[in-house]
Design a binder for this molecule. Structure first.
Ligand code: SF4
Ligand code: FES
Length: 279
């Protein structure tokens, strides 16, 4: 079916000017985890529904096409989460051929294009696998445990009112850059899904350090660190420095932040006791 290999060029071939010839398309075999609430779940194979796929489609657009065809046949469409479809909201995570968010580095599932696959490929799609992320339906998991970590301290308590002048508190460029890198975390959970221990250290450290590095985050730094790390440990496994989280992260967040978090957590054991003694 495919005329060229778009994966080789990185671009999809355009039809000749004035041509009515359709874009070359791909036929894939899709194996998808299907699981209704309260059932065991299993892989289901789709062949006819995954034919004539444009290499220009995103992975989610390919699933949309498959779902339209399933609905036309009166079958239940595949449930998957999505919102922004531009790598911002973090809702679209899934395992694609055993890799969180698929084969392209630094890319969320919604930004992955079908040109990264070849005509005739078999693609296996599964939900995140972690005890803290129970499957709700098909590819949709409950990532509430991540929200619980943020609720434990991932904010700055500040009186509301008029916004202060942006230059009132000088912040060194290196510090603001590092804080911004940590703030890029979209809360997708790929780091947990990729980790053999289902640890959430990369997520938690990113959510901690984008505040802990900045002057505005100092007042609650150690209280925040202790609360968020202790909450994390209620749901997730321990970090043994495999580094899979960093490889899977669509925002390429560095495991250096885990080192910063561990440093802050050790300090918090002393600082929080001292603060408690002053109350
Ligand atoms: S650290 Fe990366 S992989 Fe983990 S939740 Fe944030 S964006 Fe996703
Ligand atoms: S749909 Fe928002 S990050 Fe993919």
């Amino acid at each position: 079916m495919t005329v060229t290999d778009p994966a080789a060029s990185g671009t999809s071939p355009a039809p000749a000017s004035g041509s009515t010839e359709a874009h070359p398309t791909m036929d894939i075999t899709l194996h998808v985890w299907r699981q209704a609430p309260g059932t065991e779940g299993k892989m289901v194979t789709y062949v006819e529904e995954a034919k004539d796929i444009s290499p220009d489609m995103s992975f989610l657009e390919m699933l949309d096409i498959v779902n339209e065809r399933l609905i036309a046949k009166g079958e239940e469409p595949i449930a998957f989460e999505h919102d922004c479809r531009e790598g911002i909201c973090g809702s679209c995570g899934m395992m694609i051929n055993g890799q969180a968010h698929g084969p392209e580095r630094g890319t969320a599932t919604c930004q992955l294009h079908m040109r990264k696959f070849r005509d005739g490929d078999e693609i296996f799609v599964e939900p995140w696998r972690a005890r803290a992320f129970p499957v709700l339906r098909d590819l949709v998991v409950d990532r509430q445990a991540l929200d619980t970590i943020v609720a434990a301290g991932g904010y700055i308590t500040a009186p509301t009112g008029s916004a202060p002048d942006g230059n009132l508190i000088p912040v060194p460029k290196e510090v603001s850059d590092a804080a911004m890198d940590a703030a890029a975390c979209i809360g997708c959970g790929a780091c947990v899904a990729a980790c053999p221990n289902s640890a959430a250290q990369l997520f938690t450290s990113a959510k901690l350090e984008h505040l802990n590095l900045l002057p505005q985050g100092q007042a609650e730094r150690y209280k925040r660190t202790q609360a968020m790390v202790d909450t994390m440990e209620q749901f997730f496994g321990s970090c043994t420095m495999h580094g899979e989280c960093q490889e899977a992260c669509p925002k390429e967040i560095s495991i250096d932040f885990i080192a910063y978090m561990n440093r802050d957590y050790v300090k918090a054991q002393f600082k929080n006791r001292k603060l408690a003694g002053q109350q």
